[in-house]
Design a protein around this ligand. Structure first.
Ligand code: ADQ
Length: 466
């Protein structure tokens, strides 16, 4: 069997503290365990010197190969081009979009560096799976170095329409780079459609073939939809196992029977947090029966603190949270609890279960795993209701949630009210529907389908050579 080489900006080396990994790590680790192989990427450290050769750490059939990055290169590649240019662009948020040619050049250099450091570790029958927008040019760099093994790419964020993408001066380079892969995967049909629209523009001159493959820049590749899922049983099990932890008990008793609404997001402007806070204020205004009866707890650990817009959003949120609490709080009730830190996944799942309403209202999201985790963590006999943005990829699957437009303050407030009042029978029915979808399309379906398509691409290429 071929070894699997996964490449991502950061490598999640399992910790010895027994804490559960989440999201993408679960899928990547399962794929690596099945096939054996290497997880290659940045080790999280920056230095003033040039990067060393990969440090190798082996655990069973998996080797973690990590490199450090030069501080200035990292700043320009990661905080600059990846997170201040591509992230807002791909989320259709052009108001946050900045372009700086020096950052773009650093992005290309770091991708070339990744390729140089990875090539010596490769074997002829490996298959390579690259993750996310930080590494779009990696396949082209590997091809330039003579790599002929199948290379797949999965984009964890949305792929924008051509009219948005072309705000980027070098958008043709990105489209051409994506066409160096053999398999390119997206979360939703909508993202795939945008990609097909881009490759068929005159500047790319590509075609969508009758079998759904794309031919462009002299290559044939598979572009397809692979909605990421979760480990449903792991979430449910953790919610059960941690239900009586001290912290969960303290949270429960602090509520005094009030209904809990929960939001869990990285502190990021794409997650629609100011809009959510304003909708909650509107809920308390328009539906005053909720005063002293409901608590919204928003967990939002800061991320990408090196990017200025992330500091700004944090300041804005602190202002709105203070305003809401100042306006509505009573001596024995604080309507909004705003927590700026990360939590252990087990505790998080138990908190989801305690919450009557999950609020997931990004202004744009590739998928959004919190929405899925919230559903999986519920008690099926008495599940909470999910309020979900139509602009999250997850809404394509979880259409039994209370769907809202995050920009519509009154509409989100009405959605929150509907979720708070939803009768048990309706909550159960909607929860059953969503759980069925989560089980059918879980994290294992996601990774096995992608890897099998990558293997098929390798077999096709070998057949063509014979
Ligand atoms: P993210 O933008 O990070 O992921 P999301 O899909 O919600 O968004 O995943 C976040 C993960 O982090 C979840 O597993 C959640 O439980 C965890 N998490 C969030 N806050 C936490 C906290 N305070 N403490 C502990 N854990 C916390 C990107 C894309 C998404 C896409 C994923 C996977 O932006 O659209 O769904 O990748 O492809």
């Amino acid at each position: 069997m071929s070894r699997l080489i996964t490449v991502s900006n950061r490598v999640a080396i399992p910790r010895d503290d027994g804490k559960a990994a989440g999201g993408l790590t679960v899928g990547v680790m399962a794929a690596l365990k099945e096939h054996g192989g290497i997880w290659f990427g940045w080790n999280g450290r920056t230095t003033d010197s040039e990067p060393h050769d990969p440090q190798l750490q082996t655990d069973g059939n998996i080797t973690y190969a990590t490199i450090n990055l030069n501080r200035r290169e990292f700043e320009a590649y990661y905080n600059g081009f990846s997170n201040d240019t591509l992230w807002p662009l791909f989320h259709y948020l052009l108001g946050f979009f900045h372009f700086d040619r020096q950052n773009f050049e650093a992005y290309m250099r770091v991708n070339a560096l990744f390729a140089r450091k990875l090539v010596p570790l490769l074997r002829p029958d490996d298959i390579i799976w690259v993750h996310d927008y930080h590494l779009i040019p990696l396949a082209a760099e590997l091809r330039r170095a003579g790599v002929t093994q199948p290379i797949g790419f999965f984009l964890h964020v949305p792929f924008p329409d051509y009219d948005v993408l072309r705000a980027l001066p070098d958008h043709e380079y990105l489209i051409r780079s994506l066409c160096s892969y053999d398999v390119v995967g997206f979360h939703t049909q909508r993202d795939l459609h945008s990609f097909q629209e881009c490759v068929t523009q005159p500047l790319a001159g590509g075609h969508v073939l009758t079998d759904g493959h794309v031919r462009a820049f002299g290559r044939r590749l598979r572009a397809d939809v692979y909605p990421i899922g979760i480990d449903v049983d792991q979430c449910a099990h953790m919610a059960d196992a941690h239900a009586d932890d001290g912290a969960v008990d303290r949270l429960r008793s602090s509520l005094h029977g009030r209904r809990l609404m929960i939001g869990v997001d990285r502190l990021d402007y794409s997650k629609g947090l100011p809009e959510r806070f304003r909708a909650y204020e509107r809920l308390l205004e328009h539906y005053p029966g909720n005063r002293k009866q409901v608590v919204l707890m928003q967990i939002a650990p800061p991320t990408r603190t090196g990017v200025r817009t992330y500091a700004e959003i944090r300041e804005e949120l602190e202002g709105i949270a203070g305003h809401i609490n100042g306006r509505f709080a009573e001596v024995d009730w604080v309507p909004l609890r705003y927590l700026n830190k990360g939590y252990d996944r087990g505790l998080l799942m138990a908190i989801y279960r305690l919450a009557r309403v999950g609020v997931v209202t990004p202004v744009r999201d590739g998928m959004n795993l919190v929405a899925k985790e919230y559903v999986a963590a519920q008690n099926p006999e008495d599940p909470g209701a999910l309020v979900l943005s139509t602009l999250a990829g997850a809404a394509r699957e979880l259409d039994a949630a209370v769907l809202v437009n995050p920009y519509d303050t009154d509409g989100v407030a009405a959605g929150m009210q509907k979720a708070l009042e939803m009768p048990l029978a309706e909550r159960r029915e909607r929860h059953d529907d969503m759980l069925r979808i989560l089980r059918r399309n879980d994290i294992n379906t996601w990774r096995t389908r992608f890897v099998s398509h990558l293997q098929a691409a390798g077999a096709e290429a070998r057949a063509a050579d014979d």
